[in-house]
Design a protein around this ligand. Structure first.
Ligand SMILES: [Zn+2]
Length: 269
């Protein structure tokens, strides 16, 4: 268990550092808000989310996998197959679950209140991949726990899934642009920055597409894929119209209280 914590922390810090160096050296866009201010808000949410995680599942999601194993419950505990195959299928199944969770958070108004804290970021970089309201983090952990139990996910798959999900979020939100020779084949398999930027467009039907986190197949399979934003990758405007001004999208209190406040009118009073 101790090794797991170090593995998760180590991979998290490594991927975050690599992507932050990459986007600092070759930035795709310039942020409308000072990075230091955005980072303070975004990393504050990371801290709150980590606290909530400790409260909801103090010993981590692996415990849920152990419980399912002890109860011999769930698909992967009932159907016999080699462990490597069960791990691979479980990681893919959990990625599909997160895709649907993401769609539901966009569809249900009360959940959108929470998720729009993530979308209100007026710029995208590695820190946006971690900018989630702590209540959303808590709900997401419950969804994952239910999925892990119902599927009987092998314990080995939990660590791989959590590391993959975290790394994907940091990777696909980062402020870089891959060259076309890499973008095109890579996007057939995983969610790239250009694909995910469309999801952060201010145009509503573009936001309501490209929900995938790691694998890009779910958007194609479930008909929510947008290949190109109407204004193109360089022309699309990031964030939410109602939260376009700095006072509405940045600040520790602003991001923490955003779900509980009235949705602002389009223009500042
Ligand atoms: Zn979203």
């Amino acid at each position: 268990m101790q090794n797991e914590v170090w593995l998760r922390m180590g991979s998290f810090i490594t991927v975050l550092a690599l992507m932050m160096i990459w986007e600092a050296m070759f930035p795709n866009r310039t942020s409308p808000v000072a990075s230091s201010k955005r980072w303070l808000s975004n990393f504050f949410l990371v801290f709150c989310g980590a606290l909530v995680g400790r409260l909801v599942v103090p010993a981590g999601l692996a415990v849920v996998a152990i419980l399912a194993d002890q109860h011999q419950f769930g698909l992967f505990n009932v159907v016999a197959m080699p462990l490597w195959l069960a791990i691979a299928l479980a990681v893919v199944a959990l990625d599909c679950l997160i895709y649907w969770q993401h769609r539901v958070f966009h569809r249900v108004p009360i959940l959108w209140r929470l998720h729009r804290v993530h979308h209100a970021d007026p710029h995208l970089d590695a820190s946006t991949g971690l900018r989630f309201h702590p209540v959303e983090i808590g709900l997401s952990i419950v969804v994952k726990a239910i999925g892990i139990y119902l599927l009987g996910v092998p314990i080995e798959a939990i660590l791989i899934f959590e590391i993959t999900l975290n790394a994907s979020a940091i990777f696909n939100h980062s402020n870089i642009k891959l060259p076309n020779w890499l973008e095109n084949p890579l996007r057939k398999i995983i969610v790239t920055q250009a694909m995910h930027r469309i999801h952060h467009s201010q145009v509503v039907n573009e936001t309501d597409s490209n929900f995938g986190f790691c694998l890009s197949i779910w958007d194609r399979v479930f008909a929510s894929y947008t290949q190109r934003a109407k204004k193109g990758d360089d022309g699309l405007v990031l964030g939410l119209k109602e939260y376009a001004t700095e006072s509405r999208n940045t600040g520790i209190g602003t991001v923490l209280l955003m779900p509980f406040r009235k949705t602002p009118k389009m223009k500042e009073p």
